[in-house]
Write a new protein. Structure first.
Length: 560
């Protein structure tokens, strides 16, 4: 293991296992998603952990789909999951597996447990099983079908498999202990009857294994050494162990860690499905969604996500991670890698009255001050420009240092300009354009007489700029923990989570930008070219603003 890699209790367990020669000194993990929805950033933490640990210890990591519920699973989800894992930078090589690969073996193992008197066919329906199971404070009651003979159970189980019984009429249950303090051990269901076409096995099966049973058997078959799960499976570990011990098969070690909880968002698959199905967002890949496909479309980078996962680390207790940390990681990466350009999102026309009418010149601009290898570019300058409407105030407050009547400011890479006149619409009184003068001696943005200005504005040349659309995304929810106060997370949806600006202008340098290309719009934030973009009308998604809350938090913590 590399010394510069992070350490945590999981890595410490693995290190000790390797020292002891456990599992023949192998490390073999797996990422086991259910193909019933799109992956979200919480899954990214698990992907990073499972694949990362395997890589650090020179081991292997499988991609295994837990496809045991065909009623909710689709090939679309399988393909999206594979795309997401690859985008994050991980490769399962030839180790792509499915729980459905092992259905026959799972059936055979179930028959073995029946023969050992460890499993039985039960006639209770789902509600009755729940009633018989008891509560956290009251023991459960044994099913009246618990003591069927081995022969009868085998006959009924075979009949379940062959489709001779209606859906929901029977289940196969493990015979453990209805008085156990752990509810998961109170005769859990192993197989249920479900007639639904499976995306891989078609209609071959009408009984399907439950997760707890399928998960441990799949781990065993694949020779997994460390079965890393989220904390909610801690109470399921005794059942994981029970199945493998009573089958007498190879036994991996289950280890639990705290899942990711992120402020201003929800990471429950059930809630994300609601958002999509009820039309609160524009699909699974809406850039406001915490899905990996959504954050990819928004312009997040895999490097930033991996850095985020490393920063939050691995813990044994649940906690809430501030969205500001994720945004900090995005900015930190894009600050180094994103091309700087100028874009005006809410344009205000500026006419430089003393600049020659038909003249155009090219000014030199730096592509990224953090990386000199990215070089420089030429920016066209002409008599008519656009600046940001918010960069002008006719009657400026005391702390406003940008453009105002009679005031001089610097145009980025260009000249000093001074506002000499304000033109308004006669009917509405709205400001339609500004008339300014420029100082030719300040070319490049510096004054030979060393006079100072208090603001530098970005701009674009009106005759050269590309008209574009900008989609300004904000948090999907207004509260730190959606639904904490009201009990309904949807009451905290942010009505201003998306603002679409139809008439923006960007410098011509990015005319050939492709979907997925990322830029820093100077003074505005980081933006990504959307898939809806065309050469005639580029479309940009705001990835993140330039505001850096987390850096301020870190700075204040260091001071204290």
């Amino acid at each position: 293991m590399s010394s510069d890699k992070p350490t945590d209790f999981i890595r410490e367990i693995i290190t000790e296992d390797l020292k002891a020669g456990k599992y023949d000194s192998r490390v073999h993990t797996r990422f086991p998603p259910e193909p019933n929805g799109y992956l979200h950033i919480g899954h990214a933490k698990s992907i990073y952990l499972n694949f990362g640990v395997a890589e650090e210890f020179n081991g292997l990591c499988n991609l295994r789909f837990d496809d045991t519920n065909p009623a909710k699973e689709e090939v679309e989800y399988v393909e999206s999951i594979k795309e997401d894992v690859k985008w994050l930078g991980f490769d399962w090589q030839d180790r792509e597996y499915y729980a459905s690969d092992y259905f026959e073996k799972m059936y055979e193992y179930a028959v073995e447990l029946i023969k050992k008197g460890k499993a039985y066919v039960c006639d209770l329906n789902a509600d009755e099983i729940r009633e018989y199971r008891g509560t956290l404070t009251e023991s459960g009651k044994e099913s009246p079908y618990r003591n069927r003979t081995v022969e009868e159970n085998i006959e009924l189980f075979e009949k379940m498999r062959k489709g001779g019984l209606p859906d929901g009429s029977r289940t196969l249950r493990a015979k453990i202990d209805m008085k156990s303090g752990n509810i998961n051990m109170r005769d859990p269901v192993m197989f249920r009857i479900l007639r639904a076409e499976h995306h891989r096995t078609g209609n071959k099966w009408c009984i399907y294994p439950m997760y707890d049973y399928a998960h441990c058997v799949s781990d065993s078959i694949e020779g997994i050494t460390h079965s890393i799960c989220t904390l909610e499976f801690e109470d399921h570990r005794p059942l994981y162990d029970w199945f493998l011990d009573n089958l007498g098969v190879y036994h991996p070690q289950q280890i639990e860690f705290a899942r990711l909880n992120l402020s201003y968002t929800v990471l429950s698959k059930r809630k994300l499905i609601q958002l999509v199905q009820e039309g609160h967002v524009r699909g699974w890949d809406d850039p406001r969604m915490p899905t990996i496909s959504g954050i990819r479309k928004r312009g997040y980078t895999p490097e930033a996500i991996r850095n985020f996962c490393e920063r939050i680390g691995v813990a044994k207790r649940d906690s809430l991670v501030d969205m500001a940390l994720l945004e900090y990681c995005i900015r930190e990466d894009l600050n180094k890698s994103a091309q700087r350009v100028m874009a005006v999102l809410k344009p205000l026309k500026v006419v430089i009255t003393n600049y020659p009418e038909n003249q155009t010149e090219e000014l030199e601009a730096i592509n990224n001050p953090e990386d000199e290898s990215m070089g420089k570019r030429k920016v066209p300058f002409s008599r008519i420009l656009y600046i940001e409407r918010d960069d002008f105030r006719e009657d400026p407050p005391k702390e406003f240092f940008r453009l105002a009547p009679g005031r001089e400011v610097r145009l980025r890479y260009a000249y000093y300009i001074k506002c000499v006149d304000v033109i308004k619409d006669k009917n509405t009184g709205e400001i339609t354009e500004l008339h300014c003068t420029y100082d030719p001696a300040t070319r490049g943005g510096d004054s030979p007489d060393k006079r100072k200005v208090k603001a530098t504005l970005h701009w674009v040349s009106a005759s050269h700029a590309l008209e574009a659309e900008a989609r300004l995304y904000d948090y999907l929810f207004t509260k730190h923990v959606p639904g904490e106060e009201s009990g309904d997370f949807k009451t905290d949806l942010n009505p201003k989570s998306l603002e679409v600006l139809k008439q923006c202008f960007v410098e011509p340098f990015i005319a050939d930008a492709k979907a997925g290309d990322r830029f820093q719009f100077e003074r505005q934030g980081y933006f990504c070219v959307d898939r809806d973009s065309t050469k005639e009308k580029p479309v940009f998604n705001r990835t993140v603003t330039l505001r850096d809350t987390w850096a301020k938090i870190e700075k204040s913590q260091k001071k204290s």
